[in-house]
Ligand binder design. Structure first.
Ligand code: 9UX
Length: 72
C-alpha cells in the first residue's frame, strides 16, 4: 500500500525553495509524489510502504541545502 511520510524542513523561505525540495524528493527512487508547504514548513511525500527509508528523504533534503527536522 501507499504510505505517506511528513517531513519538517527548515530553511524553505520562498516558492523556489519549495519547488527545489519537491524536485529532489521526487528524484529519490520510489517516491511517487512530494508536496511542500511554504507556510507550514512541511513536506508530504507519498511512496510505497516500506520502500523508501526516511533517511534517504532526509539526505536528499540536506543535499539540496535545507535542514530536515523531526516532526513534532
Ligand atoms: Mo530565493 Mo528560496 O534565494 O532559497 S530560492 S529564498
Amino acid at each position: 500500500p501507499e504510505a505517506v511520510s511528513d517531513l519538517a524542513v527548515a530553511g524553505m523561505t520562498c516558492a523556489s525553495c519549495t519547488n527545489r525540495v519537491e524536485r529532489v524528493l521526487k528524484a529519490v527512487p520510489g517516491v511517487r509524489a512530494a508536496s511542500a508547504n511554504l507556510a507550514t514548513g512541511r513536506v508530504t511525500v507519498r511512496h510505497p510502504a516500506g520502500l523508501v527509508p526516511l533517511d534517504a528523504l532526509e539526505a536528499a533534503v540536506r543535499e539540496a541545502g535545507y535542514e530536515p527536522r523531526p516532526v513534532t
